[in-house]
Ligand binder design. Structure first.
Ligand code: ADP
Ligand code: DP6
Ligand code: CO
Length: 358
């Protein structure tokens, strides 16, 4: 590996939005959750992270830049991911550049990492999910790690819990697992991206500001103080997971919407049940919920499901393109985008309905 050379690799990973939420850890350092969760991974390209990883004998230390600004890699989470990936590195040969890196070399070589999110960071749109999944995936490719996606998901989990679900497309379940060492706490794909491709996801970016309480500290406070969280994890979520899996398998939108909306509302109720209470949603979020609930009730069957992560931004899932186009009309009428007030912008989570909405 002598000489001056640089080897780079770029990867792109979409974010995922939970429809049955993860909120609470039973082990903080391994990031083991108190319940299973289910998410939908957005289409690549819409809301995603792009990460370039580079290795060179000229690098003197591991360094990382996020959205153009250098950040520290010294935190336990980044260190866990780097350690786990390095431990699985294998020989790499690039004949074109005349580079040979042996398994042993990887222990001494340093990395430079540059990552960009094409959507607001730390604003409740799961940037930690796309970001850490992309980091683990890119490093795994660079170092020729021969693990399958499930094993990589268990590594990404140690960077940010929700990240384990972004290794797969479509509908994904994070199995909480039973083992104390976390070896069985990983993601599996429930259905691929083609399984239910009528659905259209629209994201209302109510605010792109960074949230005051990070997901990590918010859920720690909930675990310490909320009785509702205990009840939710033991009694509510296990049943909901089974019903949600069934709804996804059968493409049963009425059940899917009822479960997703109820679960989002219970997650925010847990935040309110936390002491001191955490307010992730704001007045606009509440008005969006009202608008969707009223519309769904005025139709024979629900048209749109809503879910809110740890922030005020709404993720709206329309049952088909027709419902999505009506939804956009309503949103633009009731919540016109105006970055100065209470609606920043709209982003399409998947499939372009703008060309041929029916
Ligand atoms: P979000 O709701 O956006 O997931 P979190 O509070 O869970 O917010 O996590 C935000 C943190 O995730 C950021 O402060 C940063 O540490 C990390 N993060 C976000 N994007 C990336 C990225 N592309 N690469 C590495 N880490 C990232
Ligand atoms: C509300 O995965 O961001 O988005 O594991 O501490 O990094 P850490 O937290 P994070 O929490 C996500 C919480 C959520 C729900 C979900 O994605 O399931
Ligand atoms: Co997050």
């Amino acid at each position: 590996m002598a000489g001056e050379w640089i080897l780079t690799l770029t990867a792109q990973t979409p974010t995922n939005i939970a429809v049955i939420k993860y909120w609470g850890k039973r082990d903080e350092s391994l990031i083991l959750p108190v319940n299973d969760s289910i998410s939908v991974t957005l289409d690549p390209g819409h809301l995603c992270t792009t990460t370039t990883v580079a290795v060179s004998p000229a690098f003197e230390q591991d360094r990382m830049w996020l959205n153009g600004k250098e950040i520290s890699l010294s935190g336990d989470r980044f260190q866990s991911c780097l350690r786990e990936i390095r431990a699985r590195a294998t020989d790499v040969e690039n004949k074109e550049k005349g580079i040979k890196i042996s398994k042993k070399d990887w222990e001494k070589l340093h990395l430079h990492i540059s990552s960009f999110n094409n959507f607001p960071t730390a604003a409740g749109l799961a940037s930690s999910a796309a970001g850490l999944a992309c980091l683990v995936f890119a490093l795994g490719k660079l170092m020729n790690v021969r693990e399958d996606h499930s094993q990589l998901s268990a590594i990404a989990r140690q960077g940010s819990g929700s990240a384990c679900r972004s290794l797969y497309g479509g509908f994904v379940k994070w199995i909480m697992g039973k083992e104390e060492n976390g070896s069985d706490s990983l993601a599996v794909q429930l259905a691929d991206e083609k399984h239910w491709d009528e659905l259209v996801i629209i994201i209302a970016v109510v605010s792109s500001r960074q949230k005051e309480t990070s997901s990590t500290s918010g859920m720690r406070e909930s675990v310490e103080t909320s009785l509702l969280l205990q009840h939710r994890a033991k009694e509510v979520v296990p049943k909901r997971i089974l019903k949600m899996e069934e709804a996804i398998q059968n493409r049963d939108f009425a059940s899917f919407a009822a479960l997703a909306c109820a679960d989002s509302n219970q997650f925010h109720a847990v935040c309110l049940d936390t002491s001191p209470p955490i307010f992730y949603m704001n007045d606009t979020s509440h008005r969006i919920i009202n608008c969707v609930e009223k519309w769904n009730r005025s139709e024979e069957a629900p048209q749109v499901a809503y879910t809110f992560d740890a922030g005020p931004n709404a993720v709206l899932i329309a049952r088909n393109r027709k419902a999505a186009s009506l939804l956009i009309q309503r949103l633009l009428y009731y919540f016109p985008p105006n970055p100065e007030t209470d609606m920043n912008s709209y982003v399409l989570g998947d499939k372009s309905i703008l060309k041929d909405a029916g």
